[in-house]
Design a binder for this molecule. Structure first.
Ligand code: AMP
Length: 415
């Protein structure tokens, strides 16, 4: 089914074809007609499904169909959890709206940067506001923005909004919006908090479930390499150099680790930059832009980077530290193999993390064969070998007691 049959004006159809979209994705085919009809939507869909265009296109179509009065007042509010996602959605709106005869103004506002330019930007009114919750409320408090004309509210990555502790801000914002409005709620997962929110906020929503990226994009090769924790940086260097990986996103657990690992890679002659929530907004934007433009080969990031960031054709993601949850695993490895491209997700598994990785596999209904790389074979074995079917030396059978040889190996590893 081509885009032209979805009820979009030629200016929007032209913009999608210039973006290289040949046909709507599943969520776009389902959401665009429903949103055009003014229905509420509950979309369980993740980044990578094409969900941004699924809500942006019909909302732009509504601007095309409805005459606007001046000064403009925000008619669409898109609430998102992170600055990066806000910037990215703002960018999508601008590109998709570029051929519309009457320009649509989009204002992207988020914290961590000075509020003044954002206040100036809102002077003279706006059509669409893409915002993180805290800064939105600040702007309302400064009388820089009124929400009384908002006809459509989009909550994107709603689960993340709640996870990041925005529930209170969200309630305050909801209270500022007109009661009569269209609500579109998108969330990668639907935990009870989101179901409650959906129940309170949505009226007879059209429910759209798009399977997670792992199922829709089987083109992600997953590898699990066993390595001692203290040799991971060396192994990473080895893999990057041996396979000439061009753009690699490496996930670590802490801000500190992003700096250390990036620094070690740089010392080995690999262009690497840390990326975490405590960098200035300017620096974060710069690192992402350089990475997208292939000026940086490796970005070493905390989970801040795992959600929402769209870097087309990212070939490799490495879990240097494993993610805390199976959902985070999906988000992390979903940064590769996007929109039809194939990707590689590499997990470093050490004795301490073997059991945790098995939990992730169980939750994801996957099994990734363990490998070892010559020269980097682990010497340590999992802390509780009886629980580890993949521990070196126990024959790969769950529950099998370690042999005498295993015990000797374990003793050697402990020294
Ligand atoms: P999203 O899920 O909105 O973050 O989109 C993920 C990626 O898919 C982005 O790079 C989009 O530009 C791309 N995309 C969105 N819709 C389509 C489509 N219909 N065909 C091909 N790529 C698309």
């Amino acid at each position: 089914m081509p885009f032209s049959t979805l009820g979009l004006c030629p200016a929007l159809v032209r913009a999608v074809s210039e973006r290289g979209y040949l046909a709507p994705t599943a969520i776009q085919s389902a959401a665009i007609p429903a949103i055009l009809q003014g229905q509420d939507v509950l979309g369980s869909a993740d980044t990578g499904s094409g969900k941004t265009a699924a809500f942006v296109l019909p909302l732009l179509q509504r601007f095309h169909d409805t005459p606007r009065e001046r000064p403009r007042q925000a008619r669409v509010l898109m609430l998102v959890p992170t600055r990066e996602l806000a910037a990215q959605i703002g960018e999508s709106v601008r590109t998709l709206a570029q051929h519309m005869s009457e320009p649509v103004k989009v204002s992207v506002v988020f914290g961590g940067v000075s509020i003044n330019p954002q206040m100036m930007g809102l002077r003279g009114g706006t059509d669409i506001v893409v915002a993180t919750p805290g800064r939105l409320l600040d702007l309302v408090d400064h009388n820089a923005l009124k929400l009384s004309q908002v006809a459509t509210l989009v909550l994107d990555e709603a689960d993340r909004l709640i996870d990041l502790g925005f529930a209170e801000e969200l309630s305050r914002i909801l209270a500022l919006l007109p009661i009569q409005r269209q609500n579109l709620l998108f969330s990668a997962t639907l935990p009870p908090a989101i179901q409650g929110l959906a129940h309170d906020m949505l009226q007879a929503p059209v429910r759209i479930d798009v399977p997670s990226e792992l199922q829709t994009q089987p083109d992600i090769t997953q590898r699990a390499i066993e390595v001692d924790a203290n040799r991971r940086t060396q192994l990473l260097r080895h893999l990057i150099q041996q396979h000439a990986w061009e753009r690699t996103l490496v996930f670590v657990a802490t801000k500190f680790a992003t700096e250390i690992v990036a620094d070690k890679l740089r010392k080995a002659g690999i262009d690497a930059e840390p990326f975490h929530g405590q960098l200035s907004q300017g620096k974060r934007t710069q690192v992402l832009a350089d990475f997208k433009a292939s000026h940086i080969q490796v970005v070493v990031a905390t989970d801040v980077a795992a959600r929402g960031i769209d870097i087309a054709q990212l070939p490799v993601v490495v879990n240097y530290d494993l993610p805390r949850s199976a959902d985070d695993y999906t988000h992390r490895i979903g940064r590769t193999g996007r929109a039809g491209a194939s990707g590689l997700a590499v997990n470093f598994i050490s004795a301490d993390t073997e059991a945790h990785f098995r939990l992730i596999e169980k939750r994801q209904h996957i099994h990734v064969a363990r490998e070892q790389i010559a020269g980097f074979e682990p010497t340590a074995v999992p802390a509780s070998p009886g629980n580890s079917p993949h521990a070196p030396g126990n024959g790969g059978i769950k529950g099998k007691r370690p042999s005498k040889k295993d015990k000797l190996r374990q003793a050697a590893a402990r020294q």
